[in-house]
Design a binder for this molecule. Structure first.
Ligand SMILES: NC(=O)C1=CN([C@@H]2O[C@H](COP(=O)(O)OP(=O)(O)OC[C@H]3O[C@@H](n4cnc5c(N)ncnc54)[C@H](O)[C@@H]3O)[C@@H](O)[C@H]2O)C=CC1
Ligand SMILES: O=C([O-])CC(=O)C(=O)O
Length: 347
């Protein structure tokens, strides 16, 4: 039995969005800006002509990071915030990007980070709900597969959940796929990677990349494995000093800048995002190419044409992804119940 829902073009149109028609007044808040991803991501955002106001928050280090970045003669302003000034950091933000949390060490899975990172991200999204409920939230912290559902439940409880405005950032998988496949075929390629952001839930759709047909099946299988394990490759090379930071800063920057451009009125902005959708039965969140507009995700584009092997990969991983989504949902509902609130359903 296939897990696919064929008519998979979900349309999210927001009624409560504050639309802007230019790039000149876009505020981006980075939560976790003092960290390994946060610092280079903030540097790239400071250089962007599309970001007018960059607000950096962390539990440590942001006064130094913002002072340092403020000496770069790019047009946008930058402010640094520590606990106590998170409301000022968030106020008026159009996009909030969250790389706050703990990274893996060798031998750990992303799921091993859930306990600590769920609590961190929940607290930050509570603040987003209070101070900039209309912002697009881009979750980098791991495990993305479970933390985005945590964010959804927090926002539902606070009465400001908008599926168009909550995304997990999986674009690093696409960057890796473009790099590894490009090296193998000797050309620039654009690879579609769907699903989630861990192990087998990462599904590269190499059949959609024409140049790949020149490769043997064993080479294609090896590329799929390498893309799926790209994070482990970096964790192992860093040997206890963390996980991917620089490539993630690049991926996070490209993702956020595209979201900002779409909010500012640029048309035909398509980026992969881990978003709430009905593309695959049983998985209420799935990373697929999405068309972004002034309201955030305006169209979930679906999977496109895929091979039998790729259908098999999705069938095989959908139970794993569904249980990771449920883990986040259940944790957040239980956390909210302890606080006396209501989520989107029963545990
Ligand atoms: N989505 C993706 O493709 C990727 C996700 N990641 C994830 O990104 C996260 C961050 O990774 P790194 O930057 O390498 O870690 P890091 O430890 O270098 O930086 C994390 C930062 O978060 C801050 N932080 C902790 N609690 C906070 C709170 N309550 N409020 C604000 N800031 C807080 C820390 O002070 C630190 O500066 C990890 O969970 C990692 O697994 C990493 C690479 C790729
Ligand atoms: O592997 C990790 O823990 C960090 C990550 O998500 C990645 O690099 O894809």
């Amino acid at each position: 039995q296939s897990t696919f829902v064929q008519s998979s073009k979900t349309t999210h149109l927001s009624s409560s969005s504050v639309n802007k028609n230019n790039f000149e007044n876009m505020k981006v808040a980075v939560l976790g800006a003092g960290g390994g991803i946060g610092q280079p991501l903030s540097l790239l955002l400071k250089l962007s002509p599309h970001v007018s106001n960059l607000a950096l928050y962390d539990i440590r280090g942001t006064p130094g990071v913002s002072s340092d970045l403020s000496h770069i003669p790019s047009p946008g302003t930058v402010t640094g915030h520590l606990p106590g000034t998170l409301p000022e950091c968030l106020a008026g933000s159009d996009v909030v990007v969250i790389p706050a949390g703990v990274p893996r060490k060798p031998g750990m899975s992303r799921d091993d980070l859930f306990g600590i990172n769920a609590a961190i991200v929940k607290g930050l999204v509570e603040a987003v709900a209070s101070h900039c409920p209309g912002a697009v939230i881009c979750v980098i912290s791991n495990p993305v597969n479970s933390l985005v559902p945590v964010c959804k439940e927090v926002l539902v409880r606070r009465g400001c959940y908008n599926p168009s405005k909550l995304c997990g950032v999986t674009y690093l998988d696409v960057c890796r796929a473009n790099t590894f496949v490009g090296e193998a075929v000797g050309a620039n390629v654009s690879v579609n990677v769907v699903g989630g952001h861990s192990g087998t839930t990462i599904v590269p759709l190499l059949s959609q990349t024409p140049d790949v047909s020149s490769l043997s099946q064993s080479k294609i299988d090896a590329l799929v494995e390498r893309i799926r394990n790209g994070g482990d490759e970096v964790v192992s090379a860093k040997d206890g000093a963390g996980s991917a930071t620089l490539s993630m800063a690049h991926a996070g920057f490209v993702f956020v800048e595209n979201v900002v451009k779409a909010l500012g009125g640029e048309e035909d902005v398509v980026m992969p995002a881990y978003t709430e959708c009905d593309v695959v039965k049983g998985c209420s969140f799935f990373a697929v190419p999405c068309r972004f507009g002034k309201s955030g995700v305006e169209e979930v584009m679906g999977l496109g044409k895929i091979s039998e092997g790729e259908k098999g990969m999705i069938d095989d991983m959908s139970g794993t992804l569904a249980s990771q989504i449920e883990k986040g949902r259940k944790w957040a509902i239980e956390a909210s119940a302890k606080e006396g609130g209501q989520g989107s359903g029963k545990i």
